[in-house]
Design a protein around this ligand. Structure first.
Ligand code: ADP
Ligand code: MG
Length: 321
């Protein structure tokens, strides 16, 4: 029998990210099933390889419909709906620009203005045709490419949670390269909430700005310090503004979203990023199930409300607004 006080950690590298699973029992079989599921879903959704169901859709742009499996169809449908929200800076057809910038990959550099201008017309979410009856997708224009990089991890984290629950596991944590999803509370007498570190922007990997305590919630952070390159003193990061084709540029260093589902965390980090602090706070007052932590370039930490989490600031370079 394993003691409920003990944490069992299982790790793997999948989707180009470190994946960590924490359980309160030694259950290799569950860990294997989780990693297998992540790999299966990654194989469907990746755009970082020549072949996947999503790449089949992209390769057929301007030519023909492609039948995809249900999860892929569902995720594309949801991504299209979010992209079409008023003033949304989330854009599922951002692919051609992401590929051109190559941010975080070998050969990243600032593209020429004319390159960006020629790619912008390919990023039109309304040109993603969806046929639910046949589960098929058609990109109307040649050269269009769907990129689900902003939401794939959240979607997969939610499916992992479903699988863990099916296996009767109610207390666990899964960290999918920064998307943290917790099930229940830690099964530990000394600890009634999970403590999740918020990384210090541009700090060392283990340097924390603060900790976030949650029970049974998803915690997702998008920050400009996660993947970027520097050219002539300017930082170019991986969240692009679909209006300009350049990285989003406002007062924010990072947005963290606390929600029930990790896909919501992924969607809202990108949406709120684009809105900036003031608009976001106003918007969040209409969304009781979504909470956020904003970190600004001027060293402020702004919390939406603290009904579903507790935040402790650790770094003295920053202050709570
Ligand atoms: P991370 O992989 O660091 O968790 P995010 O969840 O913040 O990153 O998503 C960033 C990724 O989303 C980019 O690498 C790119 O693939 C994609 N992306 C970039 N800009 C946009 C955008 N405006 N809308 C949708 N997806 C985007
Ligand atoms: Mg994300």
């Amino acid at each position: 029998m394993s003691s409920p006080e003990r944490v069992y950690s299982y790790s793997a590298t999948l989707m180009g990210s470190p994946i960590l699973l924490k359980l309160f029992e030694d259950n290799q079989q569950a860990a294997r099933a989780v990693f297998r599921l992540i790999k299966q879903l990654e194989d469907l959704l990746t755009v970082n390889r020549e072949h996947s169901q999503l790449m089949n859709v992209n390769h057929a742009a301007g030519r023909h419909h492609v039948v995809v499996s249900e999860p892929v169809f569902e995720l594309i449908s949801q991504a299209k709906a979010v992209s079409l929200l008023p003033d949304s800076c989330f854009n599922l057809t951002i692919g051609p620009l992401v590929k051109r910038w190559k941010i975080g990959f070998h050969g990243d550099q600032v593209p020429s203005l004319s390159d960006i201008q020629s790619l912008l017309p390919l990023t039109q979410p309304e040109k993603v045709q969806l046929a639910p009856s046949s589960c098929s997708v058609f990109l109307e224009q040649a050269g269009m490419e769907i990129d689900l990089g902003a939401i794939a991890k959240g979607y997969i984290a939610d499916r992992v949670r479903d699988l863990l629950r099916q296996m009767g596991i109610d207390h666990a944590l899964i960290n999918l390269g920064g998307n943290v999803l917790t099930l229940g509370s830690p099964q530990h007498a000394m600890q009634n909430a999970w403590g999740i570190g918020l990384q210090k922007p541009f700090g060392m990997p283990d340097e924390l700005l603060g900790t976030i305590e949650v029970v049974g919630k998803s915690v997702v952070t998008s920050g400009i310090y996660e993947r970027y390159f520097e050219q002539n003193g300017t930082i170019y990061h991986h969240i692009l503004d679909p209006n300009t084709g350049y990285p989003l540029n406002n007062e924010l260093l990072s947005v963290t979203v606390i929600s029930d589902d990790s896909i919501d965390g992924d969607i809202y980090t990108t949406l709120l990023y684009g809105m900036g602090v003031e608009k976001s706070l106003c918007y969040l007052s209409t969304l009781p199930h979504i909470e956020a932590i904003f970190v600004t370039k001027s060293g402020e930490v702004i919390l939406s409300s603290q009904r579903q989490f507790r935040f402790t600031l650790l770094d003295t370079d920053y202050h709570l607004a």
